[in-house]
Design a protein around this ligand. Sequence first.
Ligand SMILES: C[C@@H](CNC(N)=O)C(=O)O
Ligand SMILES: [Zn+2]
Ligand SMILES: [Zn+2]
Ligand SMILES: [Zn+2]
Length: 416
Amino acid sequence: MLVVVVVGGIDTHTHLQMPFMGTVSIDDFYHGTKAAIAGGTTMIMDFVIEQKGESLLEAYEKWRTWADEKVCCDYSLHMGVTWWSQKVADEMQTLVQEKGVNSFKMFMAYKDSFMLNDGELYQVFKHCAALKSLAQVHAENGDVIAQKSMEMVNQGIMGPEGHLLSHPEEVEAEATNRAVCLANQATCPLYVVHVMSKSSADVVSKARREGKVVFGEPIAAGLGVDGHHYYNKCWRHAAGHVLSPPLRPDPTTPGYLMDLLAKYVSYVESVSLFIHSDNCTFNADQKALGKDDFRMIPNGVNGIEDRMSVIWEKGVTSGKMDPCRFVAVTSTTAAKIFNIYPQKGRIAVGSDADIVLWDPNQTRLHVVQGVGRFIPTPANSEYVYGKIRARVQANQPKAVERDPYTGPVVKVNQKM
Ligand SMILES: C[C@@H](CNC(N)=O)C(=O)O
Ligand SMILES: [Zn+2]
Ligand SMILES: [Zn+2]
Ligand SMILES: [Zn+2]
């Protein structure tokens, strides 16, 4: 097997040492970035996720202190938006203009903790567009999930299979479609994270064919395994696969999502332009917080170390994509979308020397804690906003010039 030299991978979606569901994800910024480098990823993008009502800026500074002293590779940060107010809007602007953030993640799920309603979502999308930043969504219908979870509990279904049954595929696809509609109405570029199903991927495909600026990204786990594991008799095994949206039991899902990642007929045709891990790992003892009730199982799986290997094996070794496409989906496209190309995502004079000797059969390397840098991601990525500007221009709403109406008007019936 020849060794190929590739540009270091960029994992656009990680949750290292994140406080979540009563515990903290087990990979901290040292171990998580060490694993990333071991797997060929030389930059990660993590999420600051504040609690409802908490200052976004304070949460951002907290995450920076957690990360800066520990990271073994470069990193940047997305900002979660779990509540909406003028203060949130003002802090989003500060984050874009002064703190090197150019993307925000909104949740349509996690009712009562992170979820925004449609009206709030639309306003946040409008604000993202005004800030020339990218809107990311966790697309699942949180209201329906809450109801269906209660239905499972009322039927005595308390195991990890209850998580799958209360997060059906079409509840993911419905929210994906709703997010596409709201973002398009707000003329805001949309990035649907952790696309876990064929039907959601189809929603993204259709939107892209219609010319909408929408990106949909699968995760490594969703390309590697399907959702039959929730029915495993071993509770730890089944619970270890709990994340949202869940892995889908349709065994053709991983291959379908990989085909969409591999296919680059044209910019429009390819649904997935890159692949992230959504690494949000909890060990078995942490997952056991939900041993009696699946709703308490901390959501998340690993992927930060194996993301690129999964794509190499399922994509390149399988003949679905060539090494050039592999580089595009594991690094280059992400750099363009988050406006850090060609500093990142390219091997060239003047670019960062994030170089990986890729030998799928080799063991893995050593790292140095704290050498990673925070990489600001500037707003107004041409790759993202070039098309938006044209669409705004083309669809500018205009009032019709007409003479004032002077005809008869009926009297308003005060009694009704
Ligand atoms: C908070 C985080 C948890 N991981 C997961 N996808 O279940 C996410 O929803 O991305
Ligand atoms: Zn999510
Ligand atoms: Zn087991
Ligand atoms: Zn995530």
